[in-house]
Design a binder for this molecule. Structure first.
Ligand code: CP3
Length: 344
C-alpha cells in the first residue's frame, strides 16, 4: 500500500509537521489557463457540464502548484437546476434562478431520485479525475448546504443579507422547511453519487450560515448538516466530511461533534488562536488565511501565513483560505503562500 494521502491523515485526526494545503476556488478566473478553457467551453455552465473540460480546469491548479487536494469543478447551484429550477449566469453579476416561494412551485420541483439525469456529467468529471490525479492528491467532492442553496432558490439570485429567505421563513414556514427538506435528501443522493464515482472526501458549503442566529442556526444550518452527514456515514462510513458553516462565529464551537463532521472549515473572521482553543480541540480544522492576501501579497502574506500555521500546529490542520480566491488575485501570491506553508 502507498503512504496514506496527507489530507486523509489530517482528516483522520493526525497532527502533521507541515499542514496539507488546498484553496477554495483554486480553479478560477485568477488563472489564465482557466479563462482560456472557459472560453473554449463557451460559458461557465457549459464548462460545468463538459466533463472533459471540467476535469481539465480541476487539474490546472494541481499541475501549476501541486496542491494536496483537487476540488471537483462544478457549482452548488447545479442541484436546484437538476431539481427543475431554471439557472443562468449573468456575466459580471452572478447567478439567476427561477424562484421557489410557493407551495405550488415547491410541488412542481422534481424528486430527489430524478436529479441524476442532469447531474451525470458531474459524476463523469469525478471519474475522469480519479483516474488522472497524481497518487498523492486527494479528490474532494462538494455540495451546497440546504440553507445556502435555498437562499438562492428563494431570492432567484445572490443577496447581501439573505432577506427573501428570512422573509419566507417568517411568512410561510411550511414552504421554507419543505424546500430545505427536499434539498437535504437530494444532497445525500448527490454526494453519494460523487463518492461512488471516486470522491474521497466531501465538503458541505454553508456560505450564508452566519446570517442564521440562535435557534435558527441550530434548525437550519446544524440540523440539515447532521442529517446529511449521518445518512452519508451510513452508506459510506470511511468517507470524511468537511463542514463549512461560514461566519458561524461562536457557533463553530461544538459544530463537528453535533453534526458528525470530521473537519470544520473556518472563515477569517475568527483568529487562528481562537480556533485552536475552541474548535481544534474537537478535531481537524481547515482555514483560514484572508483571501485578500492573494491580491496584496508581500511580507504581510508571509507573516500571516506563518502565524496561522503556528497557531494551529498543535492539532490536525488543513491550510486553506477563509473564503474563495478572487479573480483579481495574483497567481504569484498563491505560490508564495504555498512556499511559506511548506518551507516555513
Ligand atoms: O472551489 C472550487 O474551485 C470548486 C468549484 C466551485 C465553484 N463554486 C466554481 C465557480 C465551488 C466549490 C463553488 C461553490 C459555490 N458556488 C458557492 C459556495 C462557496 C462560496 O464561494 O461561498 C456559492 C455560494 C456558489 C454560487 C456561485 N457560483 C456564485 C454566487 C457565483 C458568482 C460569483 C462569482 O464569483 O462570479 C458562482 C460562479 C462560479 N462558481 C465561478 C466559479 C469558478 C465563477 C464563474 C466564472 O468562471 O465566470
Amino acid at each position: 500500500m502507498s503512504e496514506p494521502k496527507k489530507i486523509l491523515r489530517a482528516l483522520a485526526g493526525e497532527t502533521l509537521e507541515t499542514p496539507p494545503i488546498w484553496m477554495m476556488r483554486q480553479a478560477g478566473r485568477y488563472l489564465p489557463e482557466y479563462r482560456a478553457t472557459r472560453a473554449q467551453a463557451g460559458d461557465f455552465l457549459s464548462l460545468c457540464y463538459n466533463s472533459e473540460l471540467a476535469a481539465e480546469v480541476t487539474l490546472q491548479p494541481i499541475r501549476r502548484y501541486g496542491f494536496d487536494a483537487a476540488i471537483l469543478f462544478a457549482d452548488i447551484l447545479l442541484l436546484p437546476q437538476a431539481l427543475g429550477a431554471d439557472l443562468w449566469f449573468v456575466t459580471g453579476e452572478g447567478p439567476r434562478l427561477s424562484t421557489t416561494t410557493t407551495a405550488d412551485q415547491l410541488a412542481a420541483l422534481k424528486d430527489k431520485d430524478a436529479i441524476h439525469e442532469v447531474l451525470n456529467p458531474v459524476y463523469d468529471t469525478v471519474k475522469i479525475l480519479s483516474s488522472e490525479l497524481p497518487s498523492e492528491t486527494t479528490l474532494i467532492g462538494f455540495a451546497g448546504a440546504p440553507w445556502t442553496v435555498a437562499t438562492y432558490m428563494i431570492a432567484g439570485r445572490g443577496t447581501k443579507d439573505q432577506g427573501p429567505a428570512h422573509a419566507l421563513k417568517a411568512e410561510n414556514r411550511d414552504v421554507f422547511e419543505g424546500i430545505l427538506d427536499l434539498l437535504t435528501v437530494s444532497t445525500v443522493e448527490y454526494l453519494s453519487k460523487q463518492i461512488e464515482a471516486g470522491a474521497e472526501v466531501v465538503k458541505l458549503f454553508d456560505s450564508w450560515a452566519g446570517s442564521l442566529k440562535g435557534e435558527d442556526f441550530d434548525r437550519y444550518a446544524l440540523a440539515p448538516a447532521r442529517k446529511i452527514i449521518a445518512a452519508l456515514k451510513e452508506r459510506h462510513p470511511n468517507i470524511p466530511v468537511i463542514a463549512f458553516p461560514r461566519e458561524a462565529g461562536d457557533k463553530y464551537i461544538g459544530f463537528a461533534k453535533a453534526t458528525g463532521a470530521d473537519c470544520v472549515a473556518v472563515d477569517n473572521s475568527v483568529s487562528a488562536e481562537w480556533v485552536a482553543r475552541n474548535v481544534q480541540v474537537d478535531g481537524c480544522v481547515q482555514g483560514n488565511l484572508a483571501s485578500s492576501h492573494m491580491v496584496t501579497g508581500g511580507q504581510a502574506l508571509v507573516d500571516e501565513t506563518r502565524r496561522i500555521v503556528k497557531a494551529l500546529s498543535g492539532g490536525p490542520h488543513i491550510f486553506n483560505l477563509g473564503h474563495g480566491i478572487t479573480p483579481n488575485a495574483d497567481p504569484e501570491n498563491v505560490q508564495l503562500m504555498i512556499d511559506t506553508v511548506r518551507g516555513g
